[in-house]
Ligand binder design. Structure first.
Ligand SMILES: Cc1cc2nc3c(=O)[nH]c(=O)nc-3n(C[C@H](O)[C@H](O)[C@H](O)COP(=O)(O)OP(=O)(O)OC[C@H]3O[C@@H](n4cnc5c(N)ncnc54)[C@H](O)[C@@H]3O)c2cc1C
Length: 458
């Protein structure tokens, strides 16, 4: 076996797998190196198992409203071990599909840890082999950032949350981002007493305020306790529990503690600095619009570049890289309009400008509606859905769509298409409503709820 390749990819996650597969399809001789499992974070311990767990947790809400539709479901019980085993089976199936997808066009999968030793050389840790490559692609993703506090080793990250032997009686989740609120949804839905502690004053920083307020209200209604403007200072073992010391002077015991305090680009110990690759303050590989690093033969895609830590972005960057370098089609990825979903309860879907950003960029009209989703109307469940449209004045361009409630992520995927086409409110209104749906609200708004003129809300 020759150790010389057109392309060596480090990391078989969302970005690396796509890049390797497409480059191999163009006829390149490709090796892809993976130290853990093929599929990367999203497939093995991110999006996919997370969403399966979210589905599991939502049965709690369905069981609650089932009697209002005439169903008697008795006393439902839940078995964590069954969920984990079935999830593992599905992840193994997906991993096999990823492996087949790489092998079919001829990419060689190497199970090892790689370090970069020069602009065109990569060393394999276990086998000691040194590979040479015309091009190297860094697609090593990100890893959980764990605060450096006493007792931090007693806590878990999302990595371990997927393989807990048993559900704890209670959990403290530190962090205010999407991973924190999604796991709070999961644990609370599965019957775990769940608390979020966050140093800021509201969860989901940067999202539209109405989404943030509505999400917190929904989580609290589901029994999640939220502690704001507080940090965890230390953890210590007390019997079967972990006692947490908070920055407000309170000590409290929890069955488990999870850090959801961000994810750092995975470049530590990778040899990039020695090879001359420029890294940002947070360790991210600095790249240009074509994902090329400061060394001409080394590229990087996905979370390791910290442009947007999302799977579809990593995939798009990996594909664009392969088109650029091996397909003779220079392709830059447009990062300007990235929709986001948060699979919490209530679910969040958002694309385009948040109200606070849009209002600083000229006059806008804001259309908002809040209503009880139809699925709850026969029960006492009082959750409300929120749909918000932000437009330029008088039926002008739609700048942002923000949805909180059932199906938000699915709806927002479709709303992202007209936003990318710079559709106007009049374009939205031309679409015939689908009735009865929640999404029909997007095309039936008559008058703005309020407007901003010269930066002032009116
Ligand atoms: C809990 C959780 C939930 C998420 N949910 C969503 C979601 O719902 N939607 C969404 O879009 N995104 C979600 N994400 C983010 C998403 O998983 C990432 O954005 C995506 O996986 C990034 O792809 P990547 O190719 O950059 O890196 P990864 O998928 O992380 O792949 C990197 C791979 O490189 C390997 N590797 C690292 N260093 C080396 C080395 N030196 N040698 C060999 N191999 C190495 C790693 O083992 C890993 O397999 C979630 C993430 C987490 C943690």
């Amino acid at each position: 076996m020759s150790d010389s390749y057109d392309l060596v990819v480090i990391g078989a996650g969302s970005g690396g797998v796509r890049a390797a597969r497409i480059a191999a399809t163009y006829g390149a001789k490709v090796a892809i190196i993976e130290e853990y499992r093929v599929g990367g974070t999203c497939v093995i311990r991110g999006c996919v198992p997370k969403k399966l767990f979210v589905y599991a947790s939502r049965y709690k809400d369905l069981f609650e409203i089932a009697p209002s539709f005439g169903w008697d479901v008795g006393t439902p019980s839940f078995d964590w071990a069954t969920l984990v085993a079935n999830k593992d089976k599905e992840i193994a199936r997906l991993e096999a599909a990823y492996i087949a997808g790489l092998e079919k066009p001829g990419a060689e999968i190497i199970r090892d840890r790689a370090t970069v030793t020069g602009p065109n050389t990569v060393k394999l840790q276990k086998s000691g082999r040194e590979l040479t490559a015309r091009t190297i692609l860094i697609a090593t993703g990100a890893r959980p950032f764990i605060p450096d506090i006493p007792g931090k080793e007693l806590g878990i990250s999302s990595n371990e949350a997927f393989h807990l032997e048993a559900l704890p009686h209670s959990i403290l989740i530190e962090g205010g981002g999407f991973i924190s609120v999604e796991f709070a949804t999961i644990f609370a839905g599965l019957g775990v007493h769940t608390t979020i502690v966050y140093r800021g004053d509201r969860l989901l920083r940067g999202f539209d305020e109405d989404l943030r307020v509505g999400l917190e209200a929904g989580l609290v209604a589901r029994g999640v306790k939220i502690i704001h403007q507080t940090n965890v200072l230390g953890l210590r073992r007390t019997g079967a529990d972990i006692t947490v010391s908070f920055s407000d002077g309170v000590d409290a015991p929890f069955g488990a503690v999870m850090f959801a305090t961000g994810r750092s680009p995975n470049t530590a110990g990778l040899g990039l600095e020695a090879a001359g690759v420029e890294l940002a303050w947070d360790g991210a590989v600095v790249v240009d619009a074509y994902s090329r690093s400061s060394i001409a033969s080394i590229y990087a895609v996905g979370d390791v570049t910290n442009r947007a830590q999302l799977t579809p972005v990593a995939i798009r960057e990996g594909h664009a890289f392969a088109d650029t370098v091996f397909g003779d089609k220079p392709t830059a990825v447009d990062h300007s309009l990235i929709g986001e979903a948060v699979f919490a309860e209530p679910e969040v879907g958002t694309v385009g400008l948040a109200e606070h950003d849009a209002a600083t960029q000229g006059d806008i009209d804001v259309y908002v509606t809040r209503f009880r989703p139809m699925i709850n109307t026969l029960s006492l469940k009082s959750d409300r859905m929120m749909i918000k449209l932000i437009t330029r004045p008088d039926g002008g361009q739609v700048l942002g769509v923000h949805i909180l409630g059932p199906g938000a992520a699915e709806i927002i995927q479709m709303a992202a298409i007209p936003l990318g086409m710079q559709a106007t409110k009049a374009d939205f209104d031309r679409a015939m409503a689908m009735h009865p749906t929640a999404a029909e609200e997007l095309v039936t708004f008559k008058k703005p709820s309020y407007v901003y003129r010269n930066g002032q809300k009116q």
